[in-house]
Design a protein around this ligand. Sequence first.
Ligand SMILES: Cc1cc2nc3c(=O)[nH]c(=O)nc-3n(C[C@H](O)[C@H](O)[C@H](O)COP(=O)(O)OP(=O)(O)OC[C@H]3O[C@@H](n4cnc5c(N)ncnc54)[C@H](O)[C@@H]3O)c2cc1C
Length: 247
Amino acid sequence: MPNWIQGKITETKQWCTDLHSIKITTEAMPFKAGQFAMVGLDIDDELIHRPYSLVNTPQESALEIHFNRVAEGSLTPSLAQLQVGDSIHVGDRINGLLTLDQVPDVPHLWLMATGTGIGPFISILNTAEPWQRFEKIVLCYSVKTVEGLAYRAEFEALQKQYPEQFCFVPFVTREQSTDTIQSRITHYLESGELEAHVGLTLSAESSHLMLCGNAKMLNDVSEYLATRGFQRHSRREPGQIAIEKYY
Ligand SMILES: Cc1cc2nc3c(=O)[nH]c(=O)nc-3n(C[C@H](O)[C@H](O)[C@H](O)COP(=O)(O)OP(=O)(O)OC[C@H]3O[C@@H](n4cnc5c(N)ncnc54)[C@H](O)[C@@H]3O)c2cc1C
């Protein structure tokens, strides 16, 4: 259990129904892009806390988290109601292994996120390191509806800045729209369409994947890639797939 320090809400943003981001100022804490903090609120005399990936880079002083309001959830309905100036508890230790220092030196970095699982990748992509280390970075970002593509403008700006190095692939599963793919990441990957779309072959020798979001996407992608020789990466057993499971 961390020690709790006090934070103040400095900014709130509602992207669409049930999709929010908040910025929190608190005392400076060192962390690596891709890590998560514990965040809590006093609800009915109890401190309810959950982990949230930090969207901001380590160089930015305000912490930013991006979350779904889970209707029956214990914490997120209250998080979604926070206003500028409100207090919030933040754990004093920031953790997590979905970070670039865990990624071996390979030419191709593939990032795959469902929903709010995009958080760690925003932080990572807004640092200099990935652009210095990888020849090609592919970001697959899957949501249900177009308005749920939070932070899309940031990725489109990166696409303009790094047209050869970066490939942003937005997926919208429940709506048709221009410039997005109406499919699940797993289906598009298994059918070979993803590699054709990106113009790059996924190979265990040249690629490393970072996956974040719901368990179904993480399991399905990992199981499929196992058939192509990929395995989960850990400190003890090096592999090609790093995973952060939200739920
Ligand atoms: C390392 C780590 C980092 C995380 N980072 C984030 C983050 O950056 N943003 C974020 O939104 N969540 C994140 N989560 C999930 C988060 O910690 C909470 O579980 C989530 O916000 C629900 O909290 P709650 O108290 O409202 O719901 P609870 O009362 O805990 O109910 C949990 C139920 O909500 C559902 N659920 C959990 N997470 C989500 C979600 N993201 N979207 C839809 N349904 C969900 C699941 O079905 C689960 O059974 C992270 C989880 C982990 C383990």
